[in-house]
Design a protein around this ligand. Structure first.
Ligand code: PMV
Length: 332
């Protein structure tokens, strides 16, 4: 066997402004509809993969052995990379999140984007950005978007093999200096993972079809708003996409409710700031946290307002960030 090969990659998480909620194929994470997101700078994942030929794959998450279910998911992902590369060696994966893992802060998006890039490079592959996006998607649907920086659109695709279910950056948004202020409303992991929740929504919610049906119109409106740098228009799409996603989940049987009292307090604070003249708009993912979209100049005020809302633990200001990238050995 060749000597151990290692690579380290970092990726920023992304927050969807037009949500992905539902799959047309669960094995490959092919989405039922497109989605649109903003990749962030400060919140993300750094992952080192070392194909060292140990007896098994070993996964360290934030300094401790990962839970068996997560380790198995990483190992299955590595199998796909190994089969592309024609190698058999097991690997050590060391991954660290700068966001609370599995709390609805999209650590799986940055995590599988960083893993796709680090594992491919460590295995001696040189995938194109499109190929990386498709690979990352198999780890987590939203990870396909974190391969690229800034505003990103994910295509639904039509093919059963998923080569066209990939993301691409929206150049019209380059340099638009918006911020996402993340209001943390709870500590710890979310109650139901996104894959199980999407499946449950698709099977039991009478609103699921209507949800999927509405996504294309939201995508068109979001694209137009980004091209026009119209924050109010983009914010309106983001709020209705999030509320419709949650409405579909709330109508599942039994209902999926991700919100806590601080979630509602943060939403009300965003609305109050807006009523007082600050253009700020909320979105909520598969967890209780609230993310507020605003102009860079308003971010500190929005963060202070959210941090002060009842039950909010803290607020983090994040700016648009770059796509997934490899670190040189000296940096790793
Ligand atoms: O990538 P997943 O399977 O964790 O799903 C992400 C789902 C949402 O974060 C709720 C929406 C989105 O588009 O990111």
């Amino acid at each position: 066997m060749r000597s151990a090969r290692a690579a380290t990659a970092i990726a920023g998480t992304n927050i969807a402004l037009v949500k992905y909620w539902g799959k047309r194929d669960a094995a490959l994470n092919l989405p039922a509809a497109g989605s649109l997101s903003l990749t962030l700078d400060r919140l993300g994942t750094r992952t080192t993969v070392r194909f060292d030929g140990g007896a098994t794959d070993r996964v360290l998450l934030d300094g401790a052995p990962a839970a068996p279910a997560f380790a198995a998911r990483v190992s299955a992902f590595l199998d796909r990379v190994r089969s592309h590369a024609g190698i058999l060696a097991r690997a050590e994966v060391t991954t660290a999140n700068s966001v609370p893992t599995a709390a609805g802060l999209a650590s799986s998006a940055s995590g599988f984007a960083a893993l796709a890039l680090a594992a491919s490079r460590a295995a001696g592959l040189a995938p194109s950005p499109d190929e990386l996006s498709a690979l990352a998607r198999v780890g987590s649907g939203s990870a396909a978007r974190s391969i690229f920086g800034g505003f990103v659109e994910m295509a639904r695709g039509a093919r059963p093999d998923g080569v066209d279910a990939i993301a691409h950056p929206l150049a019209a948004g380059d340099g638009w200096d918006v911020r996402l202020v993340v209001a943390i409303t709870a500590a710890g992991a979310k109650p139901m993972g996104s894959t199980a929740a999407m499946d449950h929504t698709a099977r039991t919610s009478p609103y699921y079809e209507a949800w999927v049906h509405g996504v294309d119109a939201d995508l068109a409106a979001a694209r137009g708003a980004i091209a026009a740098r119209d924050l109010a228009a983009l914010g309106a799409v983001a709020e209705r996409s999030a509320m419709r996603m949650h409405a579909a989940a709330l109508a599942a049987d039994p209902a999926i409710l991700y919100w806590n009292p601080a979630t509602i307090a943060a939403v009300e604070r965003v609305r109050a700031l807006r009523a007082a003249g600050t253009p700020v708009f909320f979105t909520i993912d598969a967890g209780p946290h609230v993310k507020a979209l605003c102009a860079a100049a308003d971010a500190d005020r929005v963060a202070a307002g959210l941090a002060d809302a009842p039950g909010v633990l803290r607020a983090i200001v994040a700016a648009p960030g770059p796509g997934a990238r490899l670190l040189e050995e000296a940096e790793a």
